[in-house]
Unconditional design. Sequence first.
Length: 240
Amino acid sequence: MTTHEAGTDGHGTGLTVTFAAFAFVVFRLFAVSGYDWHTAFAVLHTLDLDDTIGLVIGTVMADSLASIVLLTLLVPVAALRLTVGLRTARQARNRVLTEGQRRHGPDLTGALLLLIAVVAVVAYIGTFHSWWLLLLVLAAGGLVFGIGYGLRAGGRLKRGALWISRHLMALVGVAMLLGAATITTPWVPLERIELRGGTELRGFVMVAEPGFLKVLTEHEREFLILTDQDVTSREEIGAH
């Protein structure tokens, strides 16, 4: 690959990541606002340009189903990717490299992704005492590795499993975009807000600044601006 081609590929990858981040934010705005244009426009003004990472992580952590599905699948698939990468690297070391070939380094991305997934599973189980999640991860791992190593070398299922492991990051990106468009839970905790006069409100505090709160209600998805004088107490409602 020439220097020009490498630069072009890097530029194209950067544009793809930027566009994916932009699409994620747009999808989340409409999903949490019930696909109401005015509410989405109001929620937009609670965000900063650097909030994308927080939106991604918050989307997964706030929704129980998204958390369980992602953790159940991510650990075994990331482990399969790392295992395949290590085996490929070992085979490359054992054979004579032809002129012009270069040795590939270890799959640091795969190792880091697996580490993050394992830490997240441990934290989830420790927080919610959901030991059944470990059983789901082990079952999914047995299925993924059974397909990857237990079938004949040229089998369609095995080729599919290996293809998934090699394109894991792209598939995770697509899954995140689908989740962004369908998960209606915002990226902040649900709260019980007591108002002056004894009225109770359940909603998501999108912005809390001295003097006022910007709240997205739980069911109606109305965007409200409350002053500090309106609010007598706030209590976070445990999710999951």
